[in-house]
Ligand binder design. Sequence first.
Ligand SMILES: Cc1ncc(COP(=O)(O)O)c(C=O)c1O
Length: 395
Amino acid sequence: MDKYLLFTPGPVNVADTLRAAICKADICHREPDFDELLGSIENKLISLFQIRNRARYRAVVITGSGTSANEAMLSSVVGKGAILILSNGEFGERLHKTSVIHNKNTHLIAMPWGTPFDMPQIAAYLQTHKIDVVAMVHHETCSGMLNPLAQIGAMAKANAALFVVDGVSSVGAEMIDMEACNIAFVSSSSSKAIGSYPGLSFVVGRKKHFKRLKRHAAKTTYLNLATFYAFLKHHRQTPNTPAVLLFFALEQALTDILCEGVMKRYARIKARADLLREGMRRLNLDFLIEEEDMCSILTTVRVPPSVSVRDIRDRLRAKSIIIYEGKGCFSGKVFQVGNIGELSDYDIRFFLAALKDVLLTLQAEATDLVAPVRSKAATLVMLPTPTHARTKAVS
Ligand SMILES: Cc1ncc(COP(=O)(O)O)c(C=O)c1O
């Protein structure tokens, strides 16, 4: 039994098949059992991405959360060249921070959080600067916005730049056509839309680009993609001791996705998002961004007037439901509801009923708070400013 329903963009409630998968006999990561396990994960990742020319792509798996895959990409692909980071949110900013540590020649085009990129601006920048690598977050989790892979990929290609993508929160829920979008490397993690436990991440990339990585001097020991590729190629292993149990779970999660069918799974996650969004619209809630710009894994909702996001979270937690609060400039203004992992339509309806109950209760409590202030004002001095009194009492 799960203690909580995780309505977050990850971690997620995992399937029973995964719980069972980690209860396997012990194996050694320098033995053929692990080679087979890693080989199977790699094969299934290539299938997940629906890659047509399978032989042209490889996938390395890293013991570490999504950030480690991002840091592996950013520290390994640039060399002494120049990288342009496109940012429109928290995770774009994190790519920039990480790149600055490893790459002296890091450029940035930053939009306000939750704002779409200005395509002509990016095109002009690429034409006027020598850029070797363009990096972007696919699903900017802080706002829920999907960024345009095909357009940026085409611009990178037109300017002879590699395109690398943080797919941490979209892989497993959204189609990422690496071939059509000219993506050299994409990163992701085990614990979001793929539905497994936290602790593993991976990078899928074009073989020719993996091969070229050894030209660059290593900038890290643990996260050097060239080393991961060499171990994969020569031994079908990882350079360092991997979290073997998590590999079992990841392999099972990918097996489950492929058994269901990749496109069927994407459609199921989208249908769940639609159900959730329709229910929240019926509660008169507003979303931060337009639905057509959203990823299907999560919805970012504006906090209604007179209630606090902290209270919403606390009251939902008391009903065994976990949601996220907005961060940075969205702090206190939005909450986020994910719909990935082992959540059923029944769970979505349960969530909607719980949210309705919590909002009604909080709004009623806010009104009760206001009422005595108003009557006090009326009795004592007959102040003609009930609106001011209401604002003060609630804030
Ligand atoms: C788009 C994106 N990139 C990177 C990360 C960082 O991943 P992790 O916390 O697994 O290191 C996250 C986490 O939510 C994310 O949503």
